[in-house]
Design a protein around this ligand. Structure first.
Ligand SMILES: O=P(O)(O)OC[C@H]1O[C@H](OP(=O)(O)OP(=O)(O)O)[C@H](O)[C@@H]1O
Ligand SMILES: Nc1nc2[nH]cnc2c(=O)[nH]1
Ligand SMILES: [Mg+2]
Length: 175
């Protein structure tokens, strides 16, 4: 599908679809936590909204962490990335736990793509541990721990953005 201004969106440029089910996402978050459990302990989890909220809840549950904060970032409008805006930073209380630089804090997001969001949170909290469930090659160097790498031309469809729908049989031209 081509948009009105005929600029392909990030999703269209990515091309290759990678749908993730709730089951798969939960398994991947638990796999991420096994790795993080070797790195911690952490004082608190910081979710990068909105995509980081779901993995942060699962990771916090598995690590037994109850202090959870957010950095609220707006960048992609559905699938087009605009300028990054920090709508809300972490609280003073959470900042104190991280000694001002984020030491001992765990930042969680669903994925890194270009790495722009990751770069921003790294600037805010340089000593925090940054974990994502999925990573594309451009953003991967910014992440400390991740579970699955996908190619840069992959578009990940998360379960909270999708719904079950009818698919035509492969023989009839389904992708
Ligand atoms: O590495 P980047 O190219 O910066 O992209 C990664 C970011 O993009 C998505 O968030 P998005 O901005 O779409 O917002 P959302 O989490 O509210 O869906 C995703 O959740 C990451 O936070
Ligand atoms: N849902 C989704 N959002 C993104 N934001 C940047 N890359 C992606 C992606 O692959 N999937
Ligand atoms: Mg996000």
């Amino acid at each position: 599908m081509v948009e009105r201004n005929s600029e392909p969106s990030a999703q269209e440029r990515a091309g290759r679809p990678f749908p993730v089910s709730w089951d798969q996402f939960h398994r991947d978050c638990r796999a991420l936590t096994w790795r993080l459990n070797e790195v911690g302990p952490f004082h608190a989890v910081i979710a990068i909204t909105r995509g980081g909220l779901v993995p942060a809840a699962i990771v916090a549950r598995e690590l037994g962490l109850r202090v959870i904060d957010t950095v609220c970032v707006a960048s992609y409008d559905h699938d087009k990335q605009g300028d990054l805006k920090v709508l809300k930073g972490i609280s003073e209380q959470t900042a104190k736990l991280g000694g001002g630089t984020g030491k001992g804090l765990l930042i969680v997001d669903d994925l890194v793509d270009t790495g722009k969001t990751g770069k921003l949170v790294r600037e805010l909290l340089p000593d925090a541990h940054f974990a994502t469930v999925y990573a594309k090659p451009k953003g991967r160097p910014l992440v400390d721990t991740y579970i699955t790498e996908v190619s840069q031309d992959t578009w990940i469809f998360f379960p909270w953005d999708t719904a079950l729908s009818f698919q035509p049989p492969i023989r009839d031209g389904a992708a």
